[in-house]
Design a protein around this ligand. Sequence first.
Ligand SMILES: Cc1cc2nc3c(=O)[nH]c(=O)nc-3n(C[C@H](O)[C@H](O)[C@H](O)COP(=O)(O)OP(=O)(O)OC[C@H]3O[C@@H](n4cnc5c(N)ncnc54)[C@H](O)[C@@H]3O)c2cc1C
Length: 484
Amino acid sequence: MAGKISIIGAGVGGLSLAARLASRGYEIDIYERLPECGGRAHIIRDKGFVFDTGPSFVLMPEFFGEVFSYCQQDIKDYLNLKVLDTSYKIFYTDGKVLTVYKDSEKTKQELERLEPGASRGYDKFLKEIGQMYFAVKPLLYKPFYRRDILNPKYWPLLPKLKIFQSYWKIAKKFFKSERLCYAFTFEAMFIGVSPFVSPAFYSIITYVDHKEKIYHPLGGMYEIPKALEKIALKFGARINYNFEIEKILQNDDRFILKSKQGDIDSEKVAVNADYSYSQESLLKRPLRQLDYSCSVYLLYLGLKRKVSGLAHHNLFFSSDLRRNLKEIFDSGDIPLDPSFYVHVPTVTDPGLAPEGKSIAYILVPIPNLEKSQGINESEEERLRKIIFSKVKLSTGIDLEDLIEVEHKFFPDDFISRYNIKNAATFGLAHTFSQSAFFRPYNNDQTFKGLYYVGASTQPGGGLPTVIASSKIVADMITGEAKKP
Ligand SMILES: Cc1cc2nc3c(=O)[nH]c(=O)nc-3n(C[C@H](O)[C@H](O)[C@H](O)COP(=O)(O)OP(=O)(O)OC[C@H]3O[C@@H](n4cnc5c(N)ncnc54)[C@H](O)[C@@H]3O)c2cc1C
């Protein structure tokens, strides 16, 4: 046996790490406070409706393939990833709609319709952000430390990464209308930050969305954590559900994990639970001032019938996006006229609802609980009215009238369910000062043998990068990181 490792949390980060290490012969115990795996990538089943509660976009499929091949498994035996012909639809308040297709030529026709000449800008924009993507991609599997800033090896990268530009600024160079600038920067919201603040190199998300396309795992997103859990179990990992770790103590190069079920002695520990929570609550350390991503209000609707006019992914933009971003990220107000996202997975995967019915999952970015008090009943009522009337105006679909089953998720639920500091849905914000060298490291700088895997560590939040963080930690533990 290669060694014994305890992992705190069975989110996608913890599961990927467990699968990797178990496949290399390590003895793995995962401790998860909830009764099931997946963490933020969870599921609700009700009356034949299957709602994925968290992630809905599969971007960068190569990163998913990598963890399966690391474990000598064929991803095709576990996941049926289907590329979407219509990537998404963007609905503007003035009634205009932009559809982004898998086929870039069709997307260009759409762009020309909205802004004559924009298809040339599109090609140039993708070329520029493509250079960033190819510069950044190999680095996503590497740990960075502040001292690396002095390493001349990384200096040639700096101009390529346009570190002094924002996500927004890079789009503004290629598109005239704010309408299109938003269409090419809204992906910043995937990592919970404003495109005006997020550094330009995160536009690699826009690149992969347009160039590598968008995928959906048939059976729903929950197939992903389930597949990782299956591999971990296949290689002998033990997963202890309903098992909350309350404290991590260090003693003579070993760790004691305190829980209601008793003490666990472990040589090495990897924390998948939220980084800030782990520092404050598990290690009882003071936490430095950090910036947090936004939170979200979520509605999961099981609809009485199929709907037409909405794509698998739909974005409804606020009439005043600048004000909307200010409310979410600066003033901490519940948006007056929110932007929101509507996920209709039954467009691609009808089996997620009973015959003839469909699903609409609605996500509204709102301030996190460091900036606001959350959302009260009257604010919720107001948001729902706006959402339902905007969807009706743009598509003719009366969502409210079609509701058969309804579930909701509020910012507070991110704390009570997942222990996420400030209910910051996407973890630590992806600002310049919390990226790469400056993002929390994957290994503890005080306790040898303590590691961090997941969204608020390096390289960052989102499923592909969380999977990459599990490779960084696995390489540290197996010693692969030291190999040239
Ligand atoms: C609404 C939403 C939409 C998203 N959309 C996308 C998307 O479309 N595409 C994409 O790629 N990403 C998306 N993301 C981001 C993605 O889901 C996350 O980055 C990723 O799932 C985080 O995984 P993780 O393993 O880091 O953390 P988590 O999923 O938070 O897992 C941590 C686990 O630790 C457990 N835990 C916490 N404390 C303890 C304790 N004391 N003891 C034991 N267990 C504990 C928690 O219960 C949890 O299961 C979305 C996230 C959300 C919430």
